[in-house]
Unconditional design. Structure first.
Length: 152
């Protein structure tokens, strides 16, 4: 017989990242390479840290790019929620909440790799098919956002 009690929600892990897009005539965006996938500069929020502060901190930590040289779009943020497990606690599932921000640079800059094996500036030519769980939905939302801004 069911007890009527709900299972407790899995603990939430918060993370934040930045999609960097150049303002060149043929724009490009930055992805970082993990051993098994492409990703954006992003990482976990420190205790008491808001999403934007975390995103800016992770940007400089993972790329060497100071957020002060980027133009952040105040009208764009994109949230994803999905379950994750970690190597240190393989039997425990967490609910990950990632908030992405959009920022612009005038042109491609050199990346200082600290946590990734490589980086790449990809041509901006939506729709993209890079990673269906996180990157593709984000890039689609950015494309829609930029299109709406141009027509509005």
């Amino acid at each position: 017989m069911a007890s009527g009690k709900k299972e407790p929600a899995p603990p939430t892990v918060c993370a934040a990242g930045v999609l960097l897009l150049t303002r060149e005539s043929s724009p490009r965006f930055l992805l970082m390479r993990h051993p098994d996938r492409w990703d954006l500069p992003k990482g976990h929020c420190d205790e008491g840290e808001d999403f934007l502060t975390a995103a800016k901190r992770e940007l400089v930590e993972e790329t060497g790019i100071d957020a002060k040289v980027c133009e952040f779009d105040p009208d764009f943020q994109f949230d994803l929620h999905y379950p994750v497990t970690y190597r240190k606690q393989p039997d425990k599932t967490f609910q990950k909440h990632v908030r992405y921000f959009l920022a612009f640079l005038p042109q491609v800059v050199k990346i200082e790799l600290t946590e990734h094996e490589m980086s790449r500036w990809w041509p901006w030519s939506p729709p993209h098919q890079i990673q269906s769980q996180t990157i593709d939905p984000l890039l689609a939302a950015v494309a829609d956002h930029l299109s709406a801004k141009q027509s509005g």
